[in-house]
Design a protein. Structure first.
Length: 285
């Protein structure tokens, strides 16, 4: 049986992320020249979860390449909530630190929300505090969750205006689905959230002019459910470099689609770096 060829244009997240990092590095260099202070991101890692160790290492390496200083704190897995809150409160009050990233999940036994709330809103460059959620929800200036922030930048880069569009977000995690929907709503999309309790998910997906897949299940969204001409954003990243959308079938119906890898993924760290320089610019002004 012959397969319908792909018609969708690819949304090049790798290229866009590279441009954002270059622009961020130029802003970091300019700020350092003008103020004599290099932007600084503090990274806090609790325990030794291998994936978390790798992510933090990657983030620090990217900081260095972009001219952002990183201060790294490693805490043992036995750290208590009170101890972690004290460390984050110290960093929040330290004028030499402009952004704070608490690598999460922080592991069992720690009240993650209490830890996040110890991050000063003006240093919340990962967009995890209630304060950042509120500004995202109201569409006010502030720091956004990095992956959804990357998704919005991708939409903008490809001239996709969410206003008046039906946006369907599959997934409602605090770091991805929920803030992605908030940001689309703030840009005047009509937003539907789907999650594990959603009845007839296919019917909801078929309505989407903009689909954001943030489920964590390989090829979960099938091409036959994609509305012809839809914009498909696949934030999923599953073992084997597989997204949450069945790319081959979805690409025959979508107008624009993000590849996995090379779509949403590279945007996340790029937004983190950009927001760190934003924070430093505001604090050093
Ligand atoms: P998560 O916390 O596990 O959330 C998954 C969401 O999907 C939940 O809201 C869950 O619903 C929903 N869900 C699960 N099974 C479902 C089903 N059968 N039908 C409908 N909804 C279902 O995952 P996450 O952290 O948001 O990550 C999602 C994906 O994005 C993963 O592949 C992850 O690797 C990727 N990701 C990528 C980046 C990046 O930088 N590119 C960053 C973060 C995450 P309930 O709320 O009802 O449980």
């Amino acid at each position: 049986m012959s397969r319908t060829p792909a018609t969708a244009r690819l949304m090049d997240g790798s290229g866009l992320a590279r441009r954002l990092v270059d622009e961020t590095a130029a802003r970091a260099a300019d700020l350092t020249r003008r103020t004599g202070t290099q932007p600084c991101l503090a990274t806090v890692l609790v325990g030794e979860d291998p994936a978390s160790v790798t992510y933090v290492k990657m983030k620090r390496a990217r900081c260095e390449k972009a001219g952002i200083r990183s201060r790294h704190l490693e805490l043992p897995a036995t750290t208590t909530t009170a101890e972690l809150v004290a460390v984050l409160a110290d960093l929040s009050g330290d004028p030499d630190v402009h952004g704070i990233l608490l690598q999460h999940p922080v592991g069992p036994g720690i009240d993650e929300r209490a830890a996040f709330e110890a991050i000063a809103p003006e240093k919340d460059v990962d967009g995890v505090t209630f304060s950042s959620f509120a500004t995202m929800g109201f569409g006010l200036p502030g720091f956004v969750s990095c992956t959804p922030g990357g998704i919005m930048r991708l939409l903008d880069a490809y001239d996709v205006d969410p206003a008046g569009k039906r946006a369907v977000v599959v997934g409602r995690s605090a770091i991805l689905g929920k803030p992605a929907g908030l940001m689309l709503l703030a840009r005047n999309a009509t937003v539907t959230y789907c999650h594990s309790y959603t009845a007839d998910l296919s019917a909801a997906v078929r309505e989407a002019d903009i689909l954001v897949a943030a489920v964590g299940r390989p090829r979960f969204i099938k091409g036959e459910d994609i509305k012809p001409g839809a914009v498909v954003i696949d934030a999923g990243y599953n073992p084997g470099n597989v997204g949450d959308v069945d790319f081959d079938t979805a690409a025959t119906r979508a107008s624009l689609i993000t590849p996995v890898p090379g779509g949403v993924g590279p945007m996340t760290i790029a937004v983190l770096l950009s927001q760190t320089v934003d924070a430093a610019e505001r604090q050093l002004a």
